[in-house]
Ligand binder design. Sequence first.
Ligand SMILES: C[S@@+](CC[C@H](N)C(=O)[O-])C[C@H]1O[C@@H](n2cnc3c(N)ncnc32)[C@H](O)[C@@H]1O
Length: 446
Amino acid sequence: MFAVRRNFLRGPLRVTQCGPSLGSGYKVLDLVRCKSTYIPSPDSVYKKPKSKEQIAREKHEADLKSDNWIIRYGAIARSEKFSKALTKYILAAYVVFILYGLNYTKKLYKKDKELEDISAKIDMGVANEYELLRYKELKNTLRTRDVEKLKQYQKIIEKDGTENLDKITLENNDQNKINEKILPARDTTDFYEMKAEEYDEGVSFEEMMIRMGKRRKWLMKHCKGDVLEVACGTGRNIKYLDPTKINSITFLDASEKMMEITNKKFREALPNFKKCAFVVGKAEDLIDLNSKETPVKYDTIVEAFGLCSHHDPVKSLKNFAELLKPGGRIILLEHGRGSYDTINKILDDRAEKRLKTWGCRWNLDIGEILDDSGLDVVEERRTHFGTTWCIVAKRKGDGKKKEEIGFFEKYLGASVKSRIESFTNDGKKQDSLQATHNKPTSETSK
Ligand SMILES: C[S@@+](CC[C@H](N)C(=O)[O-])C[C@H]1O[C@@H](n2cnc3c(N)ncnc32)[C@H](O)[C@@H]1O
């Protein structure tokens, strides 16, 4: 018996046969299209159709030589050799992972140990300036001036091979003082009196382009309880205020004309909200403006783009801290120096023009101002190449709230001890860290 598949042939068919066996041993060897009598050639080669496996093998071999690396690596991954080696690769990756984990834990332990040692010294009031800077470095809170100083200390350590730096205090490199492109602070009240009418129209486009509304929303979502908004300007944040979360709100601005616009906007937006006050005055005079007998304190103090136009931004922040209720927060949305030299150069080169146009010093090192004010920064986020600073700060001595402890800090970043510490009072350390920059230079390294 034999079967003939003829769907791919046209014309009459002949079946050739060969081999000794006939009958049930008959095999179809070749099918040829023939017009007349078919005479098989003695040289005719029998071409066996390729099996599926063979086709797949040939394709795989071609893939292994492919110019396309995705196809090539795909073929390698499918190869038998690779499959056999896979167990070895997985084991190797596992070993690498374990080694990396051990190394990471070792580093973390070393860091924690150093932090603990310096913390103890800070508590005893015997930490030297280098150790205070190391503490900031380990906590990731170094400012530009600290980085410069730390580099100098490291050079001394390398040169002298000593870590005993107790008698050395280096010159400060405060960017806000030594950078001539950061212009001196000035009273901007008259400037904003003149600018008030055109302010909103002037800044709207720029703010829209850099999506500043989103940051203002972030700022105002923190408002709760009794709120003070400093340097409120024309009340650009009012539309992001949730009146159901606040008990009262006080607006403060040095310019009367700016304040009039805020007042109008607030009355229009929230006509039924009665617990509001509009104060014309300076942030630097906040303590004097407050009642001596029954000073008003706040749960939230917010400020947007105000520090750059204050006469004394450090004093303003110190006043905020004094007016804060325990557990209260200071929320700042500011602009200042960025995270990249090229950006800072642009800010520096245009600082004078900016001051003339908008009355602000947009190239200030906000980090330095924060550190000098002695506030404890709970959250610091920077956008727009680091030039927009979103800050949540608290009075030193106040503990962090649970929701303010990030995932990394909670689970990976530090030892249990330092985690507990972050919940509790670390005012002493803040005092010492602040003193790093207020110390008179007793001895300058040669
Ligand atoms: C750049 S505007 C910012 C206004 C507003 N916060 C905003 O985000 O649009 C600066 C504001 O700070 C006010 N200002 C400047 N120095 C101040 C001071 N020492 N105390 C209070 N307000 C001040 C100005 O009058 C002006 O309204």
